[in-house]
Design a protein around this ligand. Structure first.
Ligand code: SAH
Ligand code: SF4
Ligand code: F3S
Length: 475
């Protein structure tokens, strides 16, 4: 596939600027319609952190257009759904969520509804909305977020429904972002994916891999840190291959080290690494840089070489375990997590047991497991050997039986220890507790007042469970 020149990977700055100007014109228009009482926008974000980061840009554009945030869709004049397509369940959910907003529009036809994200980046899904959901004003694919001001302007002036689904995936810099929490930030360093794992829809809905210039990333990181960010997650589908296309000679490990040099007390995380590109250099950076959280999410997907080959993952179990061994010996007390797909086409009992063996060997802090879901247009969807539903369910349950006790044991290693925890938010289940995280991705609950949110505190772990821990602040 033609990679093009680096400049071609960007949306022309002038085009973005024109959109931002349009946003200001929309602001004048809505002032004309609504007066001083600013209309509200609502965004329902489904899917992964990439979508959350995109929604922060959508929010940025909404505010530039003069809308005000609400978490109640029934009071919104502008509603967005940012969809996901990773598994069938995600799409069913997205369709049902979009459907829920129909009655809001029935009651108030002036409400504008826009649908974006990975699901509608697939032509057949955009077409379904075109035909079956006439209350949706516009659809925009993951490469068209910067066009939102124009799309809203068109909808407000009674223009035709718009479907921006050219799949022209580029990087659009300088779109303002609104982040709900000052202390926590997603920072996209690259977009798209070139790996084409045979089961995965992402390369089709996010386009080819493209890295942002390191200076743009460093500038954003600096602003975030100055603005109080304490926990920054660098985002990309395969962060290890950052910089291969920029011609700058700055790879992912170099980028992390550069960010660590920025003054300030913050913790750096990243999502996701592909094992085929996980380098010793990156492991060394993690071992040496205090600001990098000692957590590595390194999805293995399966413990069987035959299945890994059919998945087009470009590594085998031996290579994967050599990275794990290196990681464990180099990074003190590292937390390792993974994704597993159960019941990939052709997965035999023997293949599955190899996955269980791998899980027992690695002893992950956490495993995110999914039953294989065929995605239209991917090679795996055409493979033979579909695993019957009952077998998938049974394997999934057996996987949990192996994974959960290991998670409990891994969390148990922190009992009695004092961890540096960023207090992130009020605990969702128990009043009076806050929830935060140390280097491990597991939530830690502890009693404290809301004034502590956004600060690092030393928490002594008093209880370890499978999915979380409890503790107390040490004065
Ligand atoms: N880029 C990341 C993954 C993004 S998708 C990576 O390579 O690790 C997150 C996870 O969803 C994947 O790791 C995989 O375990 C799961 N997944 C992706 N496609 C799937 C499918 N068709 N069925 C079931 N799980 C899937
Ligand atoms: Fe999907 Fe594979 Fe790319 Fe991850 S690396 S986004 S699983 S194609
Ligand atoms: Fe993320 Fe779902 Fe798209 S997992 S990249 S939002 S398909």
């Amino acid at each position: 596939m033609d990679k093009g020149t680096f400049n071609e990977k960007y949306v022309d700055d002038k085009i973005v600027l024109t959109e931002l100007e349009t946003a200001k014109k929309v602001a004048l228009k809505i002032e004309e319609i609504y007066g001083a009482d600013r209309p509200k926008y609502y965004i329902n974000t489904l899917g992964c952190q990439q979508n959350e980061a995109d929604s922060e840009r959508i929010a940025g554009l909404c505010e530039l257009m003069g809308y005000e945030y609400t978490d109640d869709p029934t009071s919104a004049k502008l509603i967005f759904v940012n969809t996901c397509a990773i598994r069938e369940h995600a799409e069913i959910r997205a369709i049902s969520v979009i459907g829920e907003y129909k009655h809001i529009k029935d009651e108030d036809p002036s409400v504008v509804i826009g649908v974006g994200g990975c699901m509608v980046t697939q032509g057949h899904r955009a077409d379904k909305i075109k035909r079956g959901m006439p209350y949706v004003n516009f659809v925009f694919d993951t490469g068209a977020i910067y066009k939102i001001p124009e799309l809203v302007q068109n909808a407000l002036s009674g223009g035709k429904r718009r479907f921006e689904t050219e799949n022209d995936f580029k990087i659009a810099e300088n779109i303002p972002a609104v982040r709900r929490d000052a202390h926590k930030a997603w920072l996209s360093i690259m977009y798209g994916c070139n790996n084409f794992c045979s089961y995965c829809i992402v390369p089709y809905v996010r386009g080819r891999e493209r890295s942002r210039k390191s200076d743009d990333i460093l500038k954003e990181a600096k602003l975030l840190i100055e603005g109080g960010a304490k926990d920054i997650t660098l985002l990309g589908q395969n962060v290890n291959s950052y910089g291969k296309d920029t011609g700058e000679g700055v790879d992912f490990a170099d980028l992390m080290r550069k960010i660590c040099r920025i003054d300030g007390d913050f913790r750096l995380r990243f999502m996701t690494s592909h094992p085929k590109d996980a380098s010793d250099k990156l492991i060394e950076a993690m071992a040496e840089e205090d600001k990098i959280a000692k957590h590595f999410h390194l999805p293995v997907q399966s413990g069987s070489d035959g299945i890994l080959k059919r998945m087009n993952r470009h590594y085998d179990v031996e290579k994967y375990l050599s990275i794990i061994d290196k990681l464990k010996s180099s990074v003190k007390d590292v937390s390792i997590t993974s994704d597993i797909i159960v019941a990939f086409p052709g997965e035999t009992e023997d293949d599955f047991e190899k996955t269980l063996d791998l899980l027992k060997y690695v002893r992950y802090d956490a495993v995110f497991s999914f039953i294989y879901s065929p995605r239209v247009g991917t090679p795996a969807a055409k493979m033979d050997g579909a695993v019957p539903k009952e077998v998938s369910r049974e394997r999934f349950a057996r996987l949990m039986d192996v994974v959960n006790p290991i998670s409990l044991e891994r969390n148990g290693r922190f009992l009695g220890k004092t961890l540096r925890v960023l207090a992130e938010e009020p605990c969702k289940n128990v009043e009076g507790l806050l929830t935060g995280r140390a280097d491990s991705p597991r939530p830690i609950h502890f009693p404290a007042g809301a004034d502590v949110i956004g600060k690092f505190v030393d928490v002594k772990i008093t209880k370890a469970e499978t999915f979380s821990m409890n503790g107390e602040i040490i004065k």
